[in-house]
Design a protein around this ligand. Structure first.
Ligand SMILES: *Cc1c(COP(=O)(O)O)cnc(C)c1O
Length: 417
């Protein structure tokens, strides 16, 4: 099993060569923007379809050289054993669960989830006979009571969006080992230089590469990372994929040979290309953004008009201890803060001059949104309460402008509410 090497993430990514030398010696990865690949004989195309001999690209929905290069870079950054990139973060999440779920099984997770993930579990999977058990993951006994012999996975977000809770993997992992349940974690809110998933027992990691990876909101994408740490041999959906081959896990074998190509949510070569560029600058961008996020959080906490700031590095955060244990450096570039009420949130947003009103995360631009009236706007009030989404909270994703300019913009806007 590969460990991420000791070199810094930027070095590992930038040093990673393209799998096959380019005919012209291009220094960056070429964009193979085509659907199909040609073979020189009927035998060689037949072999390729049957996985005989060296692996060749056949059709871009199945694999593509530019897309493969992005997977190689993510592997170099994370130390994962296998990586499958997808068209979006939601494609990564849905493909992961279509890969392991079958009717009659259940998934244990938190009710504090990204909105579409919550509705994927509570609406889409339910219709296929897969139950999702929502628990408060801060209470270990709730997780323990929810797990039974039909539980196929425990799923969580490492930092929940937008509640900003840090999931305590140190406490949860031993329970999952005892119950033989895989740990699947959405790590979109912190990149690989800040959180090493394998060290903390993550078996499968899912990421929206739209966020930190894409390099300034250039494109949508997602990734599924398999650390080859879980024994799937008793897993109902994967039993027929347990081969003697040591090269690939049953999880990745089924994902690549059946699920990803049947569902067809493949990443386009153009998006893969942009994200290979994003990978090269990821660590540098992240250092600046997360440093600024800490400065902004510290500033907001001192502003008397702000009732509370949620950022796990602050001494006031109840997640500070676990955050310091799990994360290297600052805990991400996103924070939330509370004002008196929704009206104040709307006013503050309207007075901003530099910070943009938009729903994305980890763009180069600082972005603000009022989750209650937007992302969760169509959820009923009861669901919003259950999900911990409050009407007096603003979510801020800190970008690459100077921290001082971001703080001044917030200061002038707050002074006018
Ligand atoms: C954005 C996001 C997703 C979904 O990613 P898309 O690329 O928009 O499909 C999933 N999980 C979290 C935590 C996110 O922030």
């Amino acid at each position: 099993m590969k460990e991420a090497s000791k070199k810094q993430l930027s070095t590992r990514v930038i040093a990673k060569p393209f799998a096959a030398p380019d005919a012209h010696g291009a220094i960056g990865v070429p964009i193979y923007r085509n659907a199909a690949f040609e073979f020189d004989s009927s035998q060689s195309i037949s072999d390729a379809f049957q996985n005989i001999g060296p692996q060749k690209h056949i059709y871009t929905r199945i694999s593509n050289p530019t897309v493969r290069h992005l997977e190689d870079l993510i592997q170099a950054a994370s130390g994962a054993t296998h990586v499958q990139v997808m068209a979006s973060g939601m494609a990564a999440i849905s493909n992961t669960f279509f890969n392991i779920a079958c009717s009659g099984t259940n998934i244990v997770t938190s009710s504090h989830l990204f909105g579409n993930t919550y509705s994927f579990f509570s609406q889409v999977l339910t219709n296929f006979g897969v139950e999702t058990r929502f628990v408060n993951t801060n209470h270990l006994h709730e997780i323990e009571n929810a797990i039974d012999e039909n539980t196929i996975a425990f799923f969580c977000e490492i930092i929940t969006n937008p509640q900003m809770e840090v999931t305590n993997l140190i406490d949860i992992k031993p329970l999952l080992l005892k119950k033989h349940v895989p740990l699947i974690v959405d790590t979109t809110l912190i990149p690989w230089c800040g959180f090493q998933a394998k060290r903390f027992g993550v078996d499968i990691e899912v990421v929206s590469t739209t966020k930190y990876v894409s390099g300034g909101a250039t494109s949508l994408g997602g990734a599924i990372l398999d650390y080859a740490t879980f024994d799937w041999s008793e897993h109902k959906a994967l039993q027929s994929f347990c081969s003697d081959s040591l090269h690939v896990t049953p999880f990745t074998l089924r994902l690549k040979q059946e699920i990803a190509r049947n569902l067809g949510a493949c990443l386009s070569p153009d998006n893969a290309y942009m994200q290979t560029l994003g990978m090269e600058t990821l660590e540098t961008r992240y250092q600046k953004m997360s440093e600024s996020a800490y400065k902004v959080a510290t500033y907001l906490e001192k502003n008397p008009r702000v009732r509370q700031v949620n950022y796990s590095q602050l001494d006031s955060s109840s997640y500070k201890k676990i955050s310091d244990t799990l994360f290297v450096g600052h805990p991400g570039a996103m924070l939330t803060f509370e004002l008196e009420n929704e009206k104040q949130c709307f006013e503050l947003m309207n007075h901003l001059q530099i910070i943009r009103r938009a729903t994305n995360l980890f763009d180069n631009k600082t972005l603000i949104i009022h989750p209650y009236s937007t992302i969760y706007g169509t959820f009923d009030n009861k669901t919003k309460t259950k999900m911990g989404v409050l009407s007096n909270v603003l979510r801020l994703s800190v970008g690459l402008e100077s921290a001082e300019d971001i703080i001044s913009d917030l200061e002038q806007a707050i002074s006018r509410i």
